[in-house]
Design a protein around this ligand. Structure first.
Ligand code: 3PG
Length: 401
């Protein structure tokens, strides 16, 4: 069900789960992409006369209030993006939330304080989660699930509450799922997946699954050094997950058997410390000096990756190619983004997955419209591509209780 199946919303209290988990520097939001992506659903409901109660999490507080994880700065930014007042409750299901939810008028928007200030939100125990979900549900008449970035979490506001209230899928979740479905069901080929980021262990499941669907797998970022080590190369002081080398070797063998091309960098920017002013130089990927660490892919690799993407019709990208936050190591990520922009302009479907990758391309000066789709979900989009069941989506398919 979509929000238009919910009938006349005038006067109804609608609880919306959004993913407003944005990066903060103190109380300054450094990337508001998730707020902008969540706004249309909230605005659509308010325009339809609903009394909108938005709930969301920020960071990973441990079930109790912590001021650095308050959603107050998010309420302020959401109001600016929506160009309307956003009432903010100091708690999630306490007296303030109850009073403010009860006082809402048609078309007004309320944001509740961080869901994860309540242990019940992320509790392992079904009972504890259901208890908290019951309190959330009591604030509203219907539920709209629109936090795509959390649909892989079996949490009270994502999963349990949908079992207690009539519910619908929000537009952001619908759009995200439609795009990811195009990647998994018969993608236009060649289909390439570019993976970066620090840890290979976070991506093992998805790599395993992609060996059955993608034509090319391009690897960069910190995780690439475990691949280079698996090929028998010296990686110096680079990031290395030694306990994953055997698994990666298995993937390299499987890729060869299944005809999936794995493309690794041929050169890297190697520095003597993890710092912007460290001495650094471009070296061959199979000759990283013992006292250096690779912090970006090198220029030849950028050209190779662009070449491997040039004829692709579908590309999914998750994870930066290097330590892009530091200027000397940003070129690889920038060149990759440029390669994606180029093929997008020639009609390919390009999807940038994950909060970090999305923030990286914006920080490097690209616009969301330069790509086919920027997903708000990092872990969620990877688990979708891995073929895992996502509790927040399954529960919506179950229909109303
Ligand atoms: C994310 O940032 O990927 C989502 O907001 C989910 O956050 P979590 O990994 O803390 O559950």
């Amino acid at each position: 069900k979509t929000t238009s199946d919910l009938g006349d919303l005038r006067g109804k209290r609608v609880l919306v789960r959004s993913d407003l988990n944005v990066p903060l520097d103190g109380s300054t939001i450094t990337d508001d992409g998730r707020i902008r992506a969540s706004a249309p659903t909230i605005k659509g409901l308010a325009d339809a006369g609903a009394r909108v109660i938005v709930c969301a999490h920020l960071g990973r507080p441990k079930g109790a209030p912590e001021s650095k994880y308050s959603l107050a700065p998010v309420a302020k930014r959401l109001a600016e993006v929506l160009s309307t007042e956003v009432v903010f409750a100091d708690d999630t299901v306490g007296d303030d939330a109850k009073a403010k939810a009860a006082a809402l008028e048609d078309g007004q928007v309320l944001l509740l304080e961080n869901l994860r200030f309540n242990a019940g939100e992320t509790a392992k125990s079904d009972e504890e989660r259901a208890g908290f979900a019951g309190e959330l549900a009591s604030l509203a008449d219907v539920f709209v699930s629109d936090g795509f970035g959390v649909v892989h979490r079996k949490q009270a506001s994502v999963y349990d509450v949908a079992r207690l209230l009539p519910h619908a899928t929000g537009d952001l979740v619908s759009t995200e799922v439609d795009v990811l479905r195009r990647l998994t069901k018969d993608p236009e080929r060649p289909y390439a997946v570019v993976l970066g980021g620090a840890k290979v262990s976070d991506k093992l499941g998805v790599i395993g699954n992609l060996l059955g669907t993608a034509d090319r797998l391009l690897i960069g970022g910190g995780m690439v050094f475990t691949f280079l080590a698996a090929q028998g190369h010296e990686v110096g002081k680079s990031l290395l997950e030694a306990d994953q080398i055997d698994t990666v070797k298995g993937y390299l063998d499987r890729a060869e058997k299944e005809g999936v091309e794995i493309v690794l960098p041929v050169d890297v920017v190697a520095a003597d410390a993890f710092s912007a002013d460290a001495a650094h130089e471009v070296v061959a990927a199979d000759a990283i000096p013992a006292d250096r660490m690779g912090l970006d892919i090198g220029p030849e690799s950028s050209a190779l990756f662009a070449d491997k993407l040039a004829d692709c019709r579908t590309v999914f990208w998750n994870g930066p190619m290097g330590a892009f936050e530091m200027e000397p190591y940003a070129a690889g990520t920038k060149a990759l983004a440029e390669a994606l922009v180029d093929i997008t302009s020639r009609g390919a479907l390009t999807v940038v997955g994950g909060g970090d990758s999305a923030a990286a391309v914006r920080q490097l000066g690209f616009a969301d419209s330069d790509f086919g789709h920027i997903s708000t979900g990092g872990g969620a989009s990877l688990e979708y591509l891995e073929g895992k069941e996502l509790p927040g989506l399954t529960v919506l398919e179950e229909g109303d209780a």
